[in-house]
Write a protein that binds this ligand. Structure first.
Ligand code: ZN
Ligand code: ZN
Length: 454
């Protein structure tokens, strides 16, 4: 079996997916994805090919208007499209907040047939939520390979200063011009690399989930993301130099990670404990009025933090585990509830518990899992051994000038310690952190992140 990714003369990506009987429900991605150089002038043709209409709102911020928005606008108007520009001006950085979303909404008229976002995360998400609420299709023109969210159907937004996630829609057309991508500042590119490196953890956790909980695990998605990771690891200097080859490898890695979300309709292949921890930092820092690091930058740092727990567990000897003792000493329902409300707040904690009822294990399930872990220790070792040496990951991040530690990202120590303990509780999704917790090892493994809770 082998996944083929090819491009036609217009830069349109096609992915040939082999037959797969992994147990996941598969959807063939039906979005038009274009990657290449000199693509901005072709955007009108891409839109015509998809039959989206001729009347649109084009959303950009000051920077993205300058690097690509104006060119897309000119190309469209030359071909007689009616384009309402919605350029969001800000003194500092534009945020995906109520005001930005409102500006897009008020630019839309009854005649608008589709939306175009020209930007990376913030502009795309601000447009995406409006596309969902108005039912209009949208086109995403990327300007930075900084995160894997172009293909996402969820919009992380700021509502009244609070970080929220809203169901939204995936663009009909995604255009990534590599020359535009190369204009992104290096920290944004390093952020994209961090987001991709986190997939090592996500893939390992997914394989663990299959082993311990018989979770469906798609080899096609594993291969898509695995190949993208290999290419990225082998080409860090090209990426740092922003060469066309480097930009293509990074952009493709981010897009293909997103494509797996379209294929299996969930984010299993792209996000696990490293994303939970990074998102927790972001949520709490926003709440406290501190500017959080870029998404992928946090994911990269969180990846380095959790990695040693995987390598340590590969050497673990579980022969002395007393299953009955572990089951008897499992956290009580009452204490777990207090912990969840403490870590995630009254509203967030209750919502997570409601949405993840299986997370409080029965005695029977707890016993079953520990036994399964003990019986499969050789397989667990083997799948951890498939991860590259962490030093190689560090090296790649260094070449990109990426932030490497929570201190460099100004993550408060208390927040860091708490996040390492509560990241696993964000959802049912199985991770090595649940393995460690269920085997009574987590506190010992997190001795460097003390967070006493009674
Ligand atoms: Zn991400
Ligand atoms: Zn599959």
């Amino acid at each position: 079996m082998s996944v083929q990714v090819t491009y036609d003369e217009n830069g349109k990506m096609s992915i040939s997916l082999p037959e797969c009987s992994c147990g996941c429900e598969h959807h063939v991605p039906d979005r038009d994805i274009y990657v290449g150089t000199n693509l901005l002038e072709k955007v009108p043709d891409y839109i015509a090919a998809k039959g989206l209409g001729t009347n649109c709102v084009l959303v950009a911020d000051d920077t993205t208007w300058r690097v690509a928005g104006k060119r897309v606008y000119d190309a469209l108007t030359r071909q007689n499209y009616t384009v309402v520009p919605c350029v969001i001006h800000r003194e500092g950085e534009m945020l995906p907040d109520d005001l930005s979303c409102g500006e897009v909404l008020l630019s839309i008229t009854r005649d608008t047939q589709f939306l175009i976002s020209v930007g990376s995360g913030t502009v795309t998400d601000t447009t995406r939520i409006n596309a969902e609420r108005t039912g209009l299709p949208f086109v995403a023109v990327g300007t930075a390979p900084s995160m894997d969210g172009y293909t996402s159907a969820v919009a992380p937004l700021l509502h009244r200063g609070v970080k929220i996630q809203r169901p939204a829609v995936c663009p009909q057309i995604i255009v990534c011009d590599l020359a535009v991508m190369a204009t992104a500042p290096l920290p944004m590119i390093a952020s994209g690399v961090g987001d991709v490196l986190g997939k090592y953890i996500a893939l390992t956790d997914w394989k663990l989930g299959k082993l311990i909980n018989d979770e469906p695990c798609c080899p096609v998605c594993l291969e898509l993301v695995g190949n993208a990771l290999d290419a990225l690891m082998n080409n860090a200097p090209e990426i740092a130099a922003k060469s066309e080859k480097g930009m293509k490898i990074l952009t493709e890695a981010l897009l293909l990670a997103g494509v797996t979300i379209m294929i299996i309709d969930n984010t299993r292949a792209v996000a696990s404990i490293e994303h939970n921890i990074a998102q927790y930092w972001e949520m709490i820092m926003v709440q406290q009025g501190i500017k959080p690091p870029m998404h992928g930058a946090s994911v990269g740092v969180a990846t380095l933090l959790v990695w040693p727990l995987f390598t340590r567990f590969a050497h673990e000897d579980l022969s002395g585990l007393d299953i009955e003792c572990l089951v008897a000493n499992r956290i009580s329902r009452e204490k777990r509830e207090r912990w969840m409300l403490h870590a995630y707040g009254e509203e967030g904690g209750r919502q997570i518990m409601r949405e993840n009822p299986g997370d409080f294990l029965t005695d029977e399930e707890h016993r079953r899992r520990i036994s399964r872990i003990c019986e499969n220790m050789e397989e667990i070792r083997a799948l951890i051994a498939q991860m590259p040496p962490v030093d190689k990951v560090r090296e790649v991040m260094k070449i990109l000038g990426a932030e490497m530690t929570p201190q460099e990202e100004n993550i408060p120590a208390d927040l860091l310690n708490r996040s390492m303990h509560c990241g696993k509780d964000y959802r049912t999704r199985y991770t090595l952190f649940k393995t460690l917790d269920e085997c009574g090892l987590l506190d010992e493994y997190l001795a460097d992140y003390p967070y006493p809770f009674e």
